[in-house]
Design a protein around this ligand. Structure first.
Ligand SMILES: NC(=O)c1ccc[n+]([C@@H]2O[C@H](COP(=O)([O-])OP(=O)(O)OC[C@H]3O[C@@H](n4cnc5c(N)ncnc54)[C@H](O)[C@@H]3O)[C@@H](O)[C@H]2O)c1
Length: 322
C-alpha cells in the first residue's frame, strides 16, 4: 500500500463542520478522494449548497484526474454536532471566524470525538492555542488553513498549537499531501499565519493607491495580474529579488534597493477603511464586476488558475532547478 493510500485509509471518515464557501469546497476534495464525509451545519439549505458547490468544482477535480460524478453518495448531513463527530477520523472545521465560537465548538468536539481523530481548523487567522482555551485536552488540534478555493489552490498552512502532539502534525501533513495539497508547517504560531499576512500587507497598499486616486480598482488589478501576480506564481518574492540583483544576486539587490525600501517602510501612512473609503472601493468594484454573476467570475477564476497550474506542471516535468 502506498503512503498516500495508507494515510487515507487510516483517516477515511471526515466531519466537515461548517459548510459555507470553504467547507463545501473541502467536502468536494474529501469525496473526490473516496473519503466518507459527514457535514454539520445548522443552515436549512446546507445539502443544496454543498451539492451545488460539488457540481461547480467538477471541472477542477477532473483536471486533477479525480472522479467528479456521483460524489455525494458518500456524504451525509447531521445537524447534531456531537453525533456528527462521534465516529470520525478527521474533523475539518470551517465555521464562522469568531474566537468564542471556535473555542466553544472545540470544547464540545473534544469531549466526544475519538481520541485518535485529527482536529483541523480552517481558520484564516486564529491560532490553535487560542482556539483550544476551553478544551480539556488539545493534543490533536491544529490549524489546516487552506487558500480559497481549497479544491483548487494547493497550499494548506499547517500550524500546531502549544499542546499539539508532533505525530498529529506529521499525520496532518501526510493527510493533506495524500489529497494532492501542498502542506507547509509554520515554525511558530502567529495571528494570520503567512499567506494572509502577506495578502493583508499588499492589500493595504492596494487600498491606499485607490483611495489616493493613483489608480482605479480595475487598473490596480490589471497591474497586479500583469506583473507580480505572474512573477509570484512562478517564483516567490525572495527568489524573484535574487534575480532582481542580476549576477550579483541578493547582495547586489540589497546594495541598490535596501535603503529606499527601508525608508519607504518607515514612511507608510496609516490606511483607514472607514465608511467613506469603503464606499469608494465598493462603487468602483461594483462598476467593474457587478455585470457578471459571482458564479461566472468564479468559474473564470478557476479556469485561469487551472491553466496556470497546468503550465507550471509542464515546466516542472521538463526539469528545473532545485
Ligand atoms: N472565505 C475564505 O476565503 C477563507 C479562506 C480560508 C479560510 N477561511 C476560514 O474558513 C472558515 C469559514 O469561512 P467561510 O468563508 O467558509 O465562511 P461562510 O460564512 O461561507 O461559512 C460558514 C458556515 O458555518 C456555518 N455555521 C454557523 N454556525 C455553525 C455551527 N454552530 N456549527 C456548524 N456550522 C455553523 C454557517 O451556516 C456557514 O455555512 C473561517 O474560519 C474562515 O476564516 C475562509
Amino acid at each position: 500500500m502506498s503512503a498516500e493510500s495508507e494515510i487515507l485509509t487510516r483517516y477515511s471518515r471526515v466531519a466537515v463542520v461548517g459548510a459555507g464557501v470553504i467547507g463545501a469546497s473541502w467536502a468536494a476534495v474529501f469525496l473526490a478522494h473516496g473519503l466518507h464525509v459527514v457535514v454539520n451545519d445548522p443552515r436549512d439549505d446546507a445539502a443544496s449548497v454543498v451539492s451545488d458547490y460539488i457540481r461547480k468544482a467538477a471541472p477542477a477535480l477532473k483536471e486533477f484526474g479525480l472522479p467528479a460524478d456521483n460524489l455525494p453518495r458518500k456524504m451525509r448531513f447531521e445537524r447534531d454536532l456531537e453525533r456528527a463527530v462521534a465516529d470520525v477520523d478527521v474533523v475539518q472545521e470551517n465555521g464562522p471566524e469568531r474566537i468564542e465560537f471556535k473555542q466553544d465548538l472545540w470544547a464540545r468536539i473534544g469531549r466526544v470525538a475519538p481520541t485518535h481523530a485529527l482536529l483541523l481548523s480552517s481558520s484564516s487567522a486564529k491560532t490553535a492555542t487560542e482556539q483550544a482555551l476551553k478544551m480539556e485536552k488539545a493534543n490533536r488540534l491544529l490549524i489546516g488553513h487552506p487558500f480559497n478555493p481549497p479544491h483548487l489552490i494547493p497550499l494548506v498552512e499547517v500550524v500546531p498549537g502549544e499542546q499539539t502532539d508532533s505525530n498529529a502534525v506529521t499525520d496532518a501533513v501526510a493527510f493533506y499531501k495524500a489529497l494532492g495539497k501542498v502542506p507547509r508547517v509554520l515554525r511558530k504560531e502567529i495571528q494570520g499565519f503567512v499567506a494572509n499576512r502577506l495578502q493583508r500587507a499588499i492589500f493595504r497598499e492596494c487600498c491606499h493607491l485607490v483611495l489616493e486616486g493613483v489608480v482605479t480598482v480595475d487598473e490596480l488589478d490589471d497591474i497586479v495580474t500583469s506583473s507580480i501576480g505572474l512573477r509570484w506564481a512562478a517564483d516567490g518574492p525572495f527568489r524573484s529579488f535574487h534575480l532582481g540583483g542580476g549576477p550579483g544576486g541578493f547582495p547586489a539587490f540589497f546594495r541598490q534597493f535596501a535603503p529606499g525600501m527601508e525608508a519607504a517602510w518607515k514612511s507608510q501612512a496609516p490606511v483607514t477603511l472607514d465608511e467613506k473609503a469603503q464606499t469608494t472601493i465598493i462603487e468602483q468594484a461594483e462598476a467593474s464586476f457587478a455585470a457578471n454573476s459571482v458564479d461566472k467570475l468564479e468559474s473564470e477564476r478557476d479556469a485561469k488558475q487551472l491553466a496556470i497550474l497546468r503550465a507550471l506542471a509542464s515546466v516542472k516535468e521538463k526539469g528545473t532547478t532545485a
